[in-house]
Design a binder for this molecule. Structure first.
Ligand code: CO
Length: 136
């Protein structure tokens, strides 16, 4: 038995691609009143975290044109980039993805911006949404 009861799948964060953090943070922080949460850079992006209850909004500003966020903004402009779901058991969830034929971007978990194990799923298997999975 696990030490803590399962929490169930929940939204960990929503990743939003922005042109600049400076021009984007104010709406969430000053208008919506969301507290800032410090986060490390990841995947060639600077990240501003803003708390929405137990979930986060992560504003993602590209550090390089050839980073994933840089390419996204260049081709589509700013907008929702991905949704991250926290699951109780990442390895079991990835096994279920394989069983159901879900296309994985990360075949094995890697360490993400918040220092937790993550894995991305391909939008072609998830109704066009880039899905990130992480653990509690
Ligand atoms: Co993310």
């Amino acid at each position: 038995m696990p030490d803590t009861p399962p929490l169930g799948t929940r939204i960990a964060h929503i990743g939003i691609a922005v042109r600049t953090l400076d021009s984007s943070v104010s709406f969430y922080r000053d208008v919506l009143g969301m507290p800032e949460v410090p986060l490390d850079d990841a995947d060639g992006a600077r990240i501003a975290g803003l708390a929405a209850g137990p979930s986060l909004v992560e504003l993602l500003e590209s550090e390089r044109d050839d980073s994933p966020i840089g390419k996204f903004v260049a081709s589509r402009g700013p907008g929702i980039h991905h949704i991250c779901f926290a699951v109780d058991d990442l390895d079991a969830t990835l096994d279920r993805c394989r069983t159901f034929g879900i296309r994985l971007i990360d075949a094995t978990p890697r360490v993400g911006a918040e220092g937790k194990r993550i894995a991305f799923l391909h939008p072609s298997s998830t109704s066009g949404v880039l899905v990130e999975l992480t653990e509690a």
